[in-house]
Design a protein around this ligand. Structure first.
Ligand code: NAD
Ligand code: 3PG
Length: 531
């Protein structure tokens, strides 16, 4: 299949080169928006953006053929990942391509704040000379507070330590070992706010980080501290910046990212304050960073479109395992079993238990996605894949219970699906022999061995002579050939389950002739894809 990709937002030209080397057609258009973009996007399999284009639900809905959205950068707050996931569209970013550039920009902002560089540059350019007004402060021996000790926070740490700053950090998810390695003291947020001379934020904008600093917690701030935001607009409450300055809580703020970009008129007015220094979202704007993210995203997207690797995907945890040779047979097994289970389940069934035993247990998460894909593909009109299977399951109120056991008793690997109470058969187990011999091995505790493919009828009967002859006779009378069969029974003369694989799809009428046979009950029919 040949693919084509649309590049927006002035992505570096190296992006084109890499896609073209991979045989992918690239089209670049910087000026598309609104309806034009909705019309244009329909024919593309890939879309590359930076932060300027909003990839929202409407755009994704218009994107009939889109398989992957690539962010040449880190922040994906301009992409509706939930909607993309629901539509089975992969979202990827390049998490470390612009780390150094953004860290360097942040350090520049800290120094610019400390020494009033932008304000004094402006003064001189306007033929003014005021050495007293722009008296600065050294950063050496001062405390730098970092919120978010991730990639950028860590690089800022290393650089500002060289300037003689003591670095403290608040990051509930950072390990003590990492902090120790960086020579950083981990603190609680309130302590950081009350001890930092400079505070810089390097987190995503989340419910927890939104408005992290505002007039509501102004009393907690060390008087006269400086603030830096080269992460995301809104982490400091923008409307409160001037009151914070004018009431003497902070000495100045440096901002590179804004709640709306470009800023609204109101926001521009606010940013005009002399103690607020600003850059127009330049953190990642260096030749080096743009080249790195452009090349990385093009490689990642090409590999994903060609199903070679899913590195950098944000919503395709399961899909990224599909290229793993060890997992592939289990994925197939899980999907086939899911497909069988849903055909055995009563209508409206919404309770399923999945048990993974043996080696496959370590891939339980992804195998559940694959079973759900098998289950939902029979129910959902949209294309179900490993990206959106859980979304559809949630949407349909399907409850899943997942258990694992590392040691299998009879088979190296076993996947078992337990169905709702209303089903004729409650439990089916299957395994894979070698790489691609998929078999049902147990139904409701009865040992059965039958290939997990094609058209299969299952029924219960009393274990007595002539039962099988009756069924095979009825099938033969209708010119239906038996491909293979398997019988399981508890004890001689008691209950038995028979599974018969036939060479053609059966009609209701053909099935009825089997069900009408004396002694046959609980007849079920499943039709599975043949590889
Ligand atoms: N200005 C720019 O041009 C520019 C460029 C690159 C990245 N960014 C932004 O910078 C931010 C950081 O990027 P990164 O690459 O370092 O990301 P990262 O994922 O490596 O680091 C983020 C850190 O924030 C921490 N964190 C999350 N929630 C937190 C909370 N509530 N309190 C404290 N810490 C929390 C995480 O544990 C993590 O360590 C992102 O928002 C990214 O979009 C901006
Ligand atoms: O999240 C990011 O990568 C930065 O904010 C950079 O955004 P940009 O690619 O629009 O410069």
């Amino acid at each position: 299949m040949s693919f084509n990709v649309l590049l927006l937002d002035n992505v570096n030209e190296n992006c084109e080169e890499v896609f073209e080397e991979c045989g992918i057609t690239v089209h670049r258009n910087h000026n598309l928006s609104g309806q034009e973009l909705y019309d244009e996007i329909k024919s593309y399999h890939g879309l590359v953006v930076r932060s300027a284009t909003t990839v929202d639900a409407d755009l994704l809905q218009a994107a009939d053929n889109l398989k992957v959205v690539g962010r040449a950068g880190v922040g994906v707050d301009n992409i509706d990942i939930e909607e993309a996931t629901a539509r089975g569209i992969l979202v990827m970013n390049t998490p470390d391509g612009n780390t150094i550039s953004t860290a360097e920009h942040t350090c520049g902002m800290i120094l610019a704040l400390a020494r009033n560089i932008p304000q004094s540059v402006n003064k001189v350019k306007n033929r003014g000379w005021d050495r007293k007004k722009y008296m600065g402060t050294e950063v050496q021996t001062k405390t730098l507070g970092i919120v978010g000790l991730g990639k950028i926070g860590s690089e800022v740490t290393k650089r500002m330590q060289q300037f003689g700053m003591e670095v403290k950090a608040y990051d509930p998810y950072a390990s003590v070992e990492k902090a120790e390695r960086l020579g950083v003291e981990l603190t609680e947020l309130d302590e950081l706010l009350s001890t930092a001379d400079f505070l810089t934020v390097h987190t995503p904008l989340t419910e927890k980080t939104k408005g992290l600093i505002s007039m509501d917690n102004a009393d907690k701030l060390k008087k006269g501290m400086f603030l830096v935001n080269c992460a995301r607009g809104g982490i400091f409450k923008e409307d409160d910046l001037i009151p914070l300055i004018e009431e003497g809580y902070i000495a100045g703020v440096a901002v590179d990212s804004y709640s709306s970009e470009p800023p609204t008129d109101e926001l521009y007015d606010l940013l005009d304050h002399p103690q607020i220094i600003t850059t127009p979202h330049l953190g990642a704007s260096t030749e080096e960073a743009q080249e790195k993210v452009a090349v990385q995203i093009a490689r990642q997207m090409s590999d994903a479109l060609e199903q070679k690797s899913f590195k950098g995907s944000l919503n395709g945890k399961s899909i990224s395992l599909t290229t793993n040779k060890e997992v592939q047979p289990y994925l197939k097994l899980a999907e086939k079993l899911g497909s069988m289970a849903i055909q055995l389940a009563p209508e409206h069934a919404n309770e399923f238990s999945f048990r993974y035993t043996g080696t496959c247990a370590k891939f339980a998460d992804v195998l559940t996605d694959s079973i759900l894909k098998g289950i939902l593909s029979q129910h959902v009109s949209e294309a179900v894949n490993l990206i959106n299977a859980r979304h559809f399951a949630d949407e349909r109120g399907i409850n899943i219970r997942e258990t694992t056991a590392s040691k299998a008793q009879t088979f190296n690997d076993l996947i078992t699906i337990t169905l709702d109470d209303g089903a004729e058969y409650q439990e089916v187990s299957a395994t894979v022999f070698g790489d691609n011999d998929y078999r049902i091995v147990e139904i409701d505790g009865f040992g059965i061995e039958l290939q997990l493919e094609g058209d299969i009828i299952m029924y219960q009967n009393v274990d007595k002579p002539g039962m099988l002859a009756g069924v095979s006779g009825a099938l033969a009378n209708q010119d239906i050939n038996i491909a293979s069969l398997s019988l399981g029974r508890t004890k001689k003369g008691e209950n038995a389950i028979t599974a018969v694989s036939v060479d053609k799809e059966l009609t209701d009428q053909e099935l009825k002739t089997i069900l009408d046979l004396d002694g046959v009950r609980a007849l079920q029919y499943v039709s599975l894809p043949v590889d």
